[in-house]
Design a protein around this ligand. Sequence first.
Ligand SMILES: O=C(O)CCC(=O)C(=O)O
Ligand SMILES: [Fe+2]
Length: 367
Amino acid sequence: MEVEAARASDSVSESRWSKLAVTLPVRNVQALAASTGELTAEVIERYIQPDIDAFAVLDEHSDEVPVIDVGKLSSPESVEAEAAKLKFACAEWGFFQVVNHGIPDEVIMGMKHDIQKFFQLPLDVKNAYAQRQGDLQGYGQAFVVSDDQKLEWGDMFALFAQPPEARDMSYWPCEPHTFRNFIEKYSSEVMKLAHSLGVFVAKTLDLNPGPFEDKHVAQFLRMGYYPPCTPMPEKVLGFTPHSDMSFLTILLEVNSVQGLQIRRHGAWIPVKPCRDALLVNVGDLLEIMTNGKYKSIEHRVTINAHKERLTVSAFHLPNYDGIVSPILETREEKLLYKTVKVEEYARLFFTNKLEGKRALDHAKLSQ
Ligand SMILES: O=C(O)CCC(=O)C(=O)O
Ligand SMILES: [Fe+2]
């Protein structure tokens, strides 16, 4: 009975998330990159990013992203020091690597293997999977809202995952044949991790974990494929600068090819992929909930001249029908953000092209 009820209300929320993913059809970049003869100056023009060099890239800071050991957060002897590191990471970086995250190695290895196989499938096979779940499951490029907009040098396959007891996997890809099973396991494990990180995050602010636990009942999995760009890798981006709408995002860097850069003190810091870690970032909704103490940081994806990059982003989102409110630590604390309706915030986020932090600016109270 309970599962049935969850299914009914979740499917309402599911179809409502799906209405947001409006995007114009554009060419598949993987196919384009493979057909070098077609890469004329005119074609590539649409991908050239005029502001790509606007800020310095500081390679020398690339191994400074904080590392959080989940094992240490769970043990009474080490929890205090590790929680202090977590607090610093969320407040000062908005990004951190997690090690000892508890996700079994075979799940991560299986997911990594099958994703690479999946992207090698013919385009029509991938497209067919994308059309099976309406707008919720997509293949190609998201957020293309106008014909003259610059395009990103990457494709994605995205799908929506409910909590394990309510999910419908019948639309998920089953090629290679183990893929659906690995997506299911990976998605569940990452959801559990997001859940426990949410609780640890609440503890670092001495807040009641309740509201932090129920803020990620839905998950979008975005599998990204960024082909090499032989003619001009330094002029294109796999993902333009944006902050994530989520509560927490957890990123798996499938083949450890570097590409992600995060905005810090006005410059871009490349993040060095770490084989045994997952990369976590604070999303807009967590910034709002913490009244700005934890930061949803802008990031972008650069492109390699010779190597493809594959990633899986797992965005953890609250219920579509809910609200997110800033939670204050003390009565004296000044309120800096509005309470947002998830539905309205999502609409704002998805209908604006992701230019920096525009959606989040709307949630700030003018001082
Ligand atoms: O693929 C990546 O490295 C990051 C992608 C990203 O920023 C996102 O999916 O929001
Ligand atoms: Fe992102």
